[in-house]
Design a protein around this ligand. Structure first.
Ligand code: NAD
Ligand code: UGA
Length: 458
């Protein structure tokens, strides 16, 4: 097989695994190997229980694994054999040194670059799949070009836009694929090679090409704009609760303006996930470094409103439960940062539960997929909390149910049964506005939708 058809991906996480599985599925003529430093992760990718929960992923992996999709910890051989290397290692917010709490921590990224120069025996295309600060490609190029073997590496940016929970459909049918490369002859050739990978199933007019800096910046701005819409509508939810307007009606009314659009206007308890906050902080850091404090402040406000939304939600719970939740059992439905994933990174539930534990509430936490991660997230927390596979068991004896994730299964529960098993007065705080509030009120609950007037019997 010619080298350009042998693809390696370094990093078998939420992005590397699904992305490469879909490429392998759609392009049986390519050979894809995904490597990781974590033996445990690779073993899971090679097993029947994949390391991440993602609808439709099992089928895709089963079709391709062993045929043209391989998972391994042999990074050295992977690098030697591949013509194209995607890098999708984690790029978390730095926790130490210069830029701590804001800048991206590029240590995993740099280690990968150094592994590439150590093991490569010929020229390669290196693709930035991770989300990176603007101009990382230049640093990457410099490190790679520092090799003393006379090898040449072309760095291409190909940020990933998939969302968790819908990764497979996003990858199979993307709004767009973005590929940025250096504006040189070699850069253009590398760009064509990556376009060719996707052109096997993505319509050509959805594959857009730019210079490498536009590509890197577009990824940060894309996440910042999505998060900004959520903070905007969440800020409106706060106004709604003061004025008896309903945020869902407002969202519908504004979203029908085709210039605004209806997507990403669901008000909730706040956005979570591993990327929105991290990528905005990255943008904010870039603005500060480039002497643009006004622009930095503008984007930072998106994060502040998100934190305010979580705090506001908890304050509303405490205030309406007679100003104290101390010693009261509270059922938390949903810990994942969004539905259809077991991922809890930056989940609003972590901070909401933390604040409630500070108030000395007793928490009974239920989530259909995220309990293992929830246990890790709360491992260091003092306080009274336990975890339940069964939502009815979590609600039994509780004073309130809080909806923190928009799992469809929460809509199908028998709320009469839940109400009957709870302490009275029984409260529901719907932090995702997914339940039928009128019906719950008729059952006897005091219902607190988000960004809408409360419905109480008191
Ligand atoms: P992740 O933590 O799930 O996966 C990263 C993997 O890289 C881990 O398994 C880790 O063990 C591995 N790794 C780290 N250093 C390594 C090394 N030197 N060699 C080999 N493997 C190494 O992270 P993720 O969620 O997949 O995100 C990866 C990147 O993609 C980030 O930059 C993120 O911002 C971006 N991104 C994530 C999403 C998402 O939905 N999670 C979407 C788009 C973009
Ligand atoms: C997000 C982006 O949607 C992806 O395009 C991007 O690739 C990815 O980040 C990334 O770079 O990691 P993801 O975080 O997986 O994807 O999920 P989203 O659907 O964007 O949801 C993020 C958070 O916003 C969730 O907590 C969700 O509940 C919340 N949200 C979303 C709302 O509160 N309201 C909405 O209307 C939409």
């Amino acid at each position: 097989m010619e080298k350009a058809k042998r693809i390696l991906c370094v990093g078998a996480g939420y992005v590397g695994g699904p992305t490469m599985a879909v490429i392998a599925d759609k392009r049986p003529d390519l050979e894809i190997t995904v490597v990781d430093v974590s033996q445990e992760r690779i073993d899971a990718w090679n097993s029947d229980v994949l390391p991440i929960y993602e609808p439709g992923l099992d089928e895709v992996v089963k079709r391709a694994r062993g045929r043209n999709l391989f998972f391994s910890t042999d990074i050295a051989s992977g690098i030697k054999n591949a013509g194209i290397i995607f890098v999708s290692v984690n790029t978390p917010t730095k926790t130490f040194g210069e830029g701590a709490g804001m800048a991206a921590d590029l240590q995993y990224w740099e280690k990968t670059a150094r592994a590439i120069i150590e093991h490569a025996e010929d020229d390669k295309i290196v693709v930035e799949k991770s989300t990176l600060p603007v101009r990382t490609a230049e640093a990457m190029r410099r490190i790679l070009e520092s090799n003393d073997k006379g090898l040449h590496f072309d760095v291409v940016s190909n940020p990933e836009f998939m969302a968790e929970g819908t990764a497979v459909s996003d990858l199979e049918n993307p709004d767009r694929v973005l590929i940025g490369a250096m504006e040189t002859d070699r850069g253009r050739a590398a760009l064509d090679a990556i376009v060719d990978v996707y052109a096997g199933w993505v319509p050509r007019d959805r594959i857009i090409t730019t210079n490498v800096w536009s590509s890197e910046l577009s990824k940060l701005v894309s996440n910042a704009m999505l998060a900004q819409r959520i903070s905007s509508i969440n800020s409106v939810s706060a106004i709604c609760e003061k004025t008896d307007a309903r945020v869902e009606e407002v969202a519908k009314a504004i979203g029908m303006d085709s210039r605004i659009g209806s997507k990403f206007l669901r008000s909730g308890v706040g956005f979570g996930g591993s990327c929105f906050k991290k990528d905005i902080l990255n943008l904010v850091y870039l603005c500060h470094c480039e002497g643009l404090p006004e622009v930095a402040d503008y984007w930072e406000q998106v994060i502040k409103i998100n934190r305010f939304q979580e705090t506001r939600f908890v304050r509303r719970v405490v205030k309406n439960m007679f100003n104290t939740v101390s010693g009261k059992r509270i059922a938390v439905f949903g810990f994942a940062f969004k539905a259809d994933t077991g991922d809890t990174r930056e989940a609003p539930a972590i901070r909401v539960c933390g604040m409630l534990l500070d108030e000395k509430a007793r928490l009974a936490i239920h989530d259909p997929q995220a309990l293992d991660n929830a246990k890790l997230d709360l491992a260091e927390r003092a306080g009274d909390f336990d975890f339940h596979e069964d939502p009815y068991a979590a609600a039994e004896g509780a004073h309130a149910v809080l909806i923190l994730t928009e799992w469809a299964s929460f809509k199908d529960l028998d709320y009469k049964r839940i109400f009957d098993s709870m302490e009275k007065p029984a409260f529901i705080f719907d932090g995702r506005n997914i339940l039928p509030h009128g019906e719950l009120f008729d059952i006897g609950f005091n219902v607190f939708p988000l960004g809408a007037p409360a419905m109480t019997h008191m």
